[in-house]
Design a protein around this ligand. Structure first.
Ligand code: GAP
Length: 507
């Protein structure tokens, strides 16, 4: 794991065009970011891969794209207007508001996840904690709702107050009946969505980790309430070994340990559906190259469960600022559909052709944060290579913003190299680089994670071939230009580098 601080990673991300603070020319705004030319490619690849894996490659999940603004009634029904809050404490001197749990955790280095206002007040009092900005005294803790209200239309009434969505999930629940009526979905099935969510976080921090505007990639998976067996659960998920931090280990301050998903099911730590979705979610990260040593699954303690959940397991990433959630997997049961049935007056039950019963399905929710995935992939890939003297961003080729760079060895053969570049550009996101030495160009490509560099040299004219260099090993192969596209396609699909061309001896 890189020791790079989150501040240094954000400087790197800005310098290379991955992420900028939003509206920086006006001084920026805390908790908002812009994805730059490389960042937007990486984030788009990540989202496309997610959509392909969980929607397009499966028969049991379809997608929607819901609206970002919706009426207050939706959020009243979902419980977000009453329960979606964090606890804050105001400084009586400088008037700055602090998120109480973060302030305590930062100062005392203890975990206070899930503790209520009384317990946090007591910790603040007992430890004589003060405002970290001005050392002023801290007021009694108050609850702060995270939903962003917006006024819709010209006539401002109480009823016209709407909200930016605090999670994409609710739009799936409100569209549930329309999807069932218009599509041929049959239980069990899922509805997926990728889109923006907004939370008025008290103290956004840690770069992309806690922002006020972010993107979620969520699935609401609907199952028969009585169906405890998951027919999709197979060896692939059961044999998966993960670092697991149980509720009891957290409470008794014991270590997290390695377990197989099959053990968690056998010991009834989680049901089969939950196990299936946790494993599939975990595998999405690792199949895109995320290192398993940086991942763990953590069970929520009963005190910290969201208002809608009867059981949640997070996938955490080992960031330099601690193990933190990048994915939440909640057992939402019938909570949301029942609430929407109650508040809208519209029936939310559906007819199940197999059991010939009407029912409100049960929901398991795998929820991925796109920005936190982006941050974790960036961290995981960041590697300072002492031998090369430069940074190597070891992003999975599927995520790399540019898939290939083309260089002329010297400027005299630039025309020929341009032809190769134009040949590739239509099929692969490609870059042409002619400036500086070839060594410098390799270093520049390494730093932004380009997996393959193609060099056109003096022999290209004669043997109609080029050299491909592998970012991670710096090994090189010689490949015919006529075969170049096929070879790159194979490489991007994961074929072994050495088997794709004539291996050249390394100087
Ligand atoms: N629908 C369930 C839900 O919203 P959550 O645990 O609050 O659950 C799910 O959020 C995921 O959304 C998190 O695992 C995280 O990746 C992302 N997320 C939540 N709040 C975020 C924030 N303030 N900034 C960036 N990402 C956030």
């Amino acid at each position: 794991m890189s020791k790079l601080s989150i501040e240094d990673l954000s400087i790197f991300a800005k310098k290379k065009g991955f992420v900028f603070p939003s509206t920086e020319i006006y001084g920026g705004m805390s908790g908002f970011f812009e994805y730059g030319p490389l960042g937007v490619e990486l984030k788009n690849s990540l989202k496309q891969h997610w959509w392909k894996t969980f929607v397009q490659d499966r028969d049991d999940i379809c997608g929607i794209d819901g609206s970002i603004i919706s009426s207050g009634k939706v959020w009243e029904a979902s419980g977000h207007l009453s329960s979606f809050a964090d606890l804050l404490t105001e400084c009586s001197k400088c008037k700055k508001n602090h998120r109480a749990d973060h302030l305590i955790e930062d100062k005392l280095k203890i975990n206070v996840e899930g503790l209520g206002a009384d317990a946090l007040n007591k910790i603040i009092r007992d430890n004589k904690l003060e405002c970290p900005e001005c050392k002023g005294s801290l007021k009694e803790i108050a609850s702060f709702n995270l939903m962003f209200p917006v006024q819709v239309g010209a006539d401002a009434t109480k009823d016209s107050t709407a909200y930016l969505r605090g999670e994409t999930a609710q739009l799936i629940f409100t569209a549930f009946k329309s999807v069932v009526d218009s599509s041929r979905v049959k239980l069990p099935f899922g509805i997926a969505q990728i889109g923006k969510a907004f939370r008025n976080e008290i103290s956004p921090r840690d770069f992309l980790f806690r922002t006020r505007e972010f993107e979620q990639m969520e699935i609401e998976y609907f199952i028969r309430p009585k169906e405890k067996k998951c027919p999709l659960l197979s060896k692939r998920q059961l044999d998966l070994e993960v670092l697991f931090y149980s509720e009891s280990a957290q409470k008794s301050k014991k270590e997290q340990k390695k377990v197989k998903i099959s053990q968690l099911v056998k010991n009834k730590v989680m049901g089969e559906w939950h196990a299936y979705w946790l494993a599939e979610s975990y595998l999405w990260y690792t199949e895109l190259g995320m290192q398993e040593k940086n991942l763990r699954i953590r069970e929520h303690t009963s005190e910290e469960l969201s208002h809608y959940s009867s059981g949640t397991f997070d996938i955490d990433y080992n960031f330099p600022f601690g193990w933190k959630e990048i994915h939440g997997n909640a057992n939402r049961g019938q909570f949301d559909l029942t609430q929407h049935q109650k508040f809208s007056g519209k029936p939310m039950d559906i007819f199940d052709e197999e059991t010939k019963e009407k029912m409100i399905p049960w929901v398991v929710e795998p929820s991925f944060g796109a920005d936190r995935a982006f941050l974790a992939f960036l961290y995981d890939a960041y590697h300072e290579d002492k031998e090369r003297g430069n940074i190597v961003l070891k992003l999975h080729p599927k995520l790399a913003p540019f898939k290939v760079a083309v260089f002329p060895l010297v400027n005299k053969i630039e025309e020929q190299a341009l032809q190769v570049y134009l040949l590739l550009k239509k099929d692969f996101i490609s870059m042409f680089d002619r400036s500086g030495s070839v060594g410098r160009r390799y270093a520049r490509a390494d730093e932004i994670g380009i997996p393959y560099c193609v060099t056109v040299d003096f022999d290209t004219e004669k043997d109609k071939s080029v050299t491909i260099r592998d970012r991670d090993t710096t090994k090189q192969i010689r490949v015919k230009i006529t075969e170049l596209k096929d070879v790159l396609r194979k490489l991007l699909d994961g074929e072994k580098f050495e088997s794709c061309g004539k291996v050249l001896s390394q100087k």
